[in-house]
Write a protein that binds this ligand. Structure first.
Ligand SMILES: NC(=O)c1ccc[n+]([C@@H]2O[C@H](COP(=O)([O-])OP(=O)(O)OC[C@H]3O[C@@H](n4cnc5c(N)ncnc54)[C@H](O)[C@@H]3O)[C@@H](O)[C@H]2O)c1
Length: 242
């Protein structure tokens, strides 16, 4: 399978790319070259530029979108929202049916959910709030969803919040109620590339990707049951430490 990765040179890229590289023919793209060890195909692609995304998607079987820009008003919209539009247009043009999008958990559970103390799932009514990052990413997500109502393709969206490094744990930070290790999070992309479309409940599905946590504020059971995601991190140790 040939897989296009958009925004593959960022923080998550160094975990996702090496994990996928032995199994797929990757075309990694970003606005800057990867600084991690990768000797495969790399293209400079700005997701806000439709013709660049279209060219990069030619001949691909799947697209993974890791690109993000968080704070600049114009650029955040160009990358997080228009980037999704350009990705979906490219998918339609080239007949690519498998798309994996990513974002922060608060595209669904924004500020108004902060005081909910347990059982938040990715399928509750989304309320991203007004943070630019959340809003522009949630608009991108909505664009993906609308494309799935019009075209025979399917989009999985993986949402993350706090990443941790099991080799370098800081209990005060790593006990965040929605966290996962970089290594464990990368595994879900392999599962998403392998799942048969018919096993997805619909053409547009959102998954929370996080470790099992003692408090259960956020749920990861959907990723486990549908994709076979195995939460491997021991977050309880961080949670219970003084
Ligand atoms: N890192 C985190 O703590 C975190 C937390 C929650 C969710 N996420 C989500 O995970 C995904 C990956 O995030 P990350 O941590 O790797 O982010 P990152 O900030 O490292 O950015 C990813 C890549 O996007 C690229 N990018 C920026 N503008 C671009 C453009 N115009 N065209 C193409 N690429 C562009 C950057 O160069 C970068 O390499 C994103 O969807 C993000 O929202 C990350």
């Amino acid at each position: 399978m040939k897989v296009l990765i958009l925004g593959g040179a960022g923080m998550l890229g160094p975990y996702v790319v090496p994990l996928l590289a032995p199994h797929y023919q990757l075309r990694v793209t970003d606005i800057t070259a990867p600084t991690f060890d990768f000797d495969g195909e790399f293209w400079e692609v700005d997701v806000s530029q439709p013709e660049q995304v279209l060219a990069a998607a030619e001949g691909m079987d799947a697209i993974i979108n890791l690109s993000v820009l968080r704070h600049h008003r114009q650029l955040a919209f160009d990358v997080n929202t228009l980037g999704c539009y350009n990705m979906m247009q490219a998918a339609v043009t080239h007949g690519i049916r498998r798309i994996i999008n990513t974002g922060p958990h608060f595209t669904v559970t924004g500020a108004s959910y902060e005081l909910f103390d347990f059982d938040l799932s990715p399928d509750i009514p989304p309320q991203p709030g007004t943070i630019l990052y959340a809003l522009t990413k949630s608009l991108g997500q909505e664009i993906c969803r609308v494309f799935t109502t019009q075209y025979d393709l399917f989009v999985q969206t993986y949402l993350f919040c706090s990443f941790r490094d099991p080799e370098d744990l800081h209990p005060e930070r790593d006990a965040h109620p929605f966290s996962v290790s970089w290594q464990n999070s990368a595994e879900i992309f392999r599962l998403g590339l392998e799942i048969e479309p018919a096993k997805l409940p619909s053409r547009c599905e959102i998954f929370y990707v996080l470790a099992n946590a003692p408090h259960g504020q956020f749920r990861n059971d959907k990723a486990q049951h549908i994709l076979g995601f195995q939460p491997r991190d021991d977050i309880a140790a961080a949670w219970l430490s003084p």
